[in-house]
Design a protein around this ligand. Structure first.
Ligand SMILES: NC(=O)C1=CN([C@@H]2O[C@H](COP(=O)(O)OP(=O)(O)OC[C@H]3O[C@@H](n4cnc5c(N)ncnc54)[C@H](OP(=O)(O)O)[C@@H]3O)[C@@H](O)[C@H]2O)C=CC1
Ligand SMILES: Nc1nc(=O)c2c([nH]1)NC[C@@H]1CN(c3ccc(C(=O)N[C@@H](CCC(=O)O)C(=O)O)cc3)C=[N+]21
Length: 304
């Protein structure tokens, strides 16, 4: 079997276009302009790329957007006071602090200070709690898992009763992904670095989500025939075939072997990454709509 490629880039583009229309409506009807603030500490080139594409997407969606770039030696106190200021800024509905932060800053202290209703990353304990307690509709849901779920449902439809294996247990991807799949009534297994016989565990899955951070680790012969493979990994590896010192982006799945077994598979780049950014826009619009007393939109059904 050769898998159908899930075009995350195209689906994310569709979603941003719908969000732009909805934002325009919100602005015309309520004068509320969705506002997103992104904070980045230090000059990590990969982070700069993501932050720049977040700014572009925000403009495309008719949002107000600001970026705060702080020096790598910024004190924790200065970062906390910026978050506090944005918490109290009525023009800002979403606050994102780009991770990872430098070692001298306590990440959880910063994330926990963000007002839960402005926490468009969905990392605040209140939002984590709402999601795991089965109150997803009241939570801000983390963007990467939310985008991954939209892609999965788009190709599989109803997920009820399907077996899902999430490889990786981070707070930003693995755990919230597992919570979302559980809420969809999948039978969910979370695998990690201590999992025994990972290939056998993955072979049982109708849905495989790879969020490991290890280039091309999940091999084709681990994949059950016809499974849906969602590759969250973003890894830059040397690509001497492109010339001296060149690199290329690969996922956590060995695409070339997995595409021969899977039913559906996301590519890297052009899969989950663009969906993450589109869902960040969706969460910002949701936060803005909530301040205007409006109901949430269902972004998956907006896509039709
Ligand atoms: N596309 C997107 O929008 C995004 C992509 N990413 C990418 O997703 C990947 C994962 O990110 P993130 O969750 O933050 O990563 P983390 O490093 O926080 O977590 C990685 C997880 O993988 C597990 N793991 C590591 N090695 C193995 C192994 N050999 N076998 C099984 N499990 C293993 C770890 O297990 P343990 O807990 O036991 O250590 C851990 O739970 C990265 O490539 C990252 O760049 C991240 C965010 C957004
Ligand atoms: N607070 C916080 N929230 C995040 O959501 C967050 C974060 N910190 N830190 C870093 C990770 C990583 N991440 C990505 C987003 C988009 C792409 C993306 O669009 N990737 C393109 C390729 C981009 C390229 O060429 O480098 C693609 O996959 O097609 C990738 C990775 C969000 N993260």
């Amino acid at each position: 079997m050769t898998a159908t490629r899930i075009d995350g880039k195209a689906i994310a583009g569709e979603l941003r276009a719908k969000i732009a229309v909805e934002a325009e409506k919100l602005i015309n009807e309520t004068k509320v302009v969705p506002g997103l603030a992104v904070i980045i500490v230090g000059e990590d080139p990969a982070s700069q790329v993501y932050v720049a594409s977040k700014g572009r997407a925000a403009n495309e969606c008719n949002f107000h957007s600001v970026q705060h770039t702080l020096a790598v030696d910024t004190s924790e106190e200065a970062l906390l006071s910026l978050v506090d200021e944005l918490n109290n800024d009525i023009a800002i509905h979403g606050i994102l602090v780009q991770l990872p932060l430098p070692d001298h800053i306590d990440e959880s202290k910063v994330l926990n200070l963000i007002r839960p209703d402005k926490d468009v990353d969905g990392f605040h304990p209140i939002n984590v709690g709402l999601l795991t307690a089965g109150e997803r509709d009241k939570a801000m849901v983390p963007c990467t898992p939310a985008g991954s779920l939209i892609l999965t449902k788009r190709v599989l439809g109803d997920l009820s009763g399907k077996t899902a294996v999430v490889v990786g247990r981070s707070n930003i991807v693995g755990k919230p992904m597992a919570a979302l799949l559980l809420a969809e009534s999948c039978t969910v297994t979370i695998a990690h670095s201590r999992t025994k016989d990972l290939p056998a565990v993955v072979r049982g899955a109708d849905i495989v989500v790879a969020a490991v951070g290890r280039p091309q680790m999940v091999k084709g012969d681990w994949i059950k025939e016809g499974a849906c493979v969602i590759d969250v990994g973003i890894n830059r590896i040397p690509a001497p075939e492109r010339g001296e010192g060149k690199t290329r982006l690969v996922g956590d799945v060995d695409y070339d072997s997995a595409v021969e077994r899977a039913g559906f598979i996301t590519p890297v780049p052009g899969g989950v990454g663009p969906m993450t950014i589109a869902l960040l826009m969706a969460n910002t619009l949701t936060a803005a709509r909530r301040t205007a007393g409006l109901d949430d939109l269902d972004y998956a059904s907006l896509l039709g």
